[in-house]
Design a protein around this ligand. Structure first.
Ligand code: SF4
Ligand code: SF4
Length: 83
């Protein structure tokens, strides 16, 4: 499988129905959750399989590449891959 760039997620909290489908489908560690029992937000996901976005029944999940997000939020300090 080709390596993907890490992504960070945003959740539209007004749209989210707290169904937890994104958590159920996610292969990340159990701690990769938000305070509202969705996948984590503002925390880079290096797997980037996008299953969470695809399964969300209300399309509440969106994402940015970490490299793009870093321009707006410098605290995401993951260095870009060398080369
Ligand atoms: S992209 Fe995949 S691994 Fe990352 S949060 Fe979504 S479901 Fe989990
Ligand atoms: S799958 Fe979508 S609606 Fe369900 S908890 Fe996750 S973000 Fe909310």
């Amino acid at each position: 499988m080709p390596k993907r760039n890490p992504v960070v997620f945003d959740i539209d909290w007004n749209a989210c129905i707290r169904c937890a489908a994104c958590i159920a489908v996610c292969p990340q560690d159990a701690g990769f959750v938000s305070a509202f029992d969705t996948i984590a937000v503002d925390e880079p996901c290096g797997i980037a399989c996008m299953a969470c976005e695809e399964i969300c029944p209300v399309t509440a999940i969106s994402h940015d590449d970490v490299s793009e997000r870093r321009e707006r939020a410098p605290r995401v300090g993951t260095p870009a891959a060398a080369g």
